[in-house]
Design a protein around this ligand. Structure first.
Ligand code: OAD
Length: 272
């Protein structure tokens, strides 16, 4: 759809103001202005790889050291990043709606914690958390903020395609107390989302008055499917993105621009 006009913005804000239940879906674009690279297009490469080449069980089976090097790099970027005005606008919207007795859920595909840092509370990390690890043997999930992930990874992770990668041995990888290897606690391509997250997302979509879709290409399922599901439920949907996403045609409003510019303007409202 074409970019929404000024009168469309007022229409959106009026609808949002009178909404009792709001759901926001975010993707990598919301953290782009905090300096965390998105996954697709030119900026989405790490060395010669795209996310789907490394964020998969096959990549892990082939070379877990390379996968950890990629996540070690993303952890370093995430640890240095600060929430931007988009994260803060979403957190403020939630606080206002909670105070007024409304229902608000943030569904994010992002594995960073910038939404939490900005103050978001009701948040579902559909794709897991970069700050947690999971044992491949016993399955235990633990918080882990080590950078580098083990001393062997110090100085590794340069995204430069010319960087001469070294091979990491099994002993270089992080290990659980049980002896098993630790992997990032994130959802990889081909893996199922946690059922508690699927249930929470379905709840958030059910009966939702307005859904805001921010900074996602909306090509990865099931996350993208929540938008079309909401549409089938009669929810009004607004997209904020620097370009139309794959779900743009089901949106009622399209606010074209950077999330950090658009959201503070769009969401500076109080519930009716
Ligand atoms: P993508 O990298 O696919 O898409 C990023 C989106 O953000 C694109 O639509 C951009 O146009 C938009 N964008 C970039 N900068 C923006 C800005 N400043 N303001 C607003 N929009 C901006 O990222 P996701 O859609 O999040 O999954 O990708 C979905 C999943 O695919 C990720 O969670 C990850 C990835 O592979 C896994 O790792 C399982």
């Amino acid at each position: 759809m074409a970019m929404t006009s000024e009168s469309g913005r007022l229409d959106f804000q009026s609808k949002l103001r009178s909404s009792r239940k709001i759901t926001v879906l975010t993707g990598a674009g919301v953290s782009a202005e905090s300096g965390i690279a998105t996954f697709r297009r030119a900026g989405g490469f790490w060395r010669r790889y795209q996310a789907q080449d490394l964020a998969s069980p096959e990549a892990w089976a082939r070379d877990p050291g390379l996968v950890w090097e990629f996540y070690n790099h993303r952890r370093t970027a995430s640890c240095n990043a600060m929430p931007n005005p988009a994260h803060r606008a979403i957190a403020t919207l939630e606080a206002r709606w909670r105070k007024a007795g409304g229902t608000f859920t943030l569904l994010t595909q992002n594995i960073d914690d910038l939404h939490e840092q900005a103050g978001s509370q009701s948040i579902v990390h559909l794709h897991g958390s970069i700050w947690h690890v999971r044992c491949v043997a016993c399955g235990e999930v633990t918080p882990n903020r080590n950078i580098p992930i083990t001393p062997a990874f110090a100085g590794s992770g340069s995204p430069d395609p010319a960087f001469r990668a070294r091979h990491f041995a099994e002993t270089d990888l992080p290990h659980c107390a049980c002896g098993g290897v630790l992997r990032p606690h994130v959802v990889w391509f081909g893996e199922a989302l946690e059922s508690k997250h699927l249930i929470a997302a379905a709840d958030a979509v059910n009966g939702c008055d307005v859904m805001l879709v921010v900074g996602t290409s909306a090509v990865v399922h099931p996350a993208a499917g929540f938008v079309t599901l909401a549409k089938r439920h009669g929810t009004n949907i607004a997209e904020v993105n620097i370009e139309a996403s794959a779900v743009n045609d089901v949106c009622d409003w399209f606010f074209e621009g950077k999330a950090g510019d658009m959201l503070p303007l769009l969401l500076d409202i109080e519930p009716a």
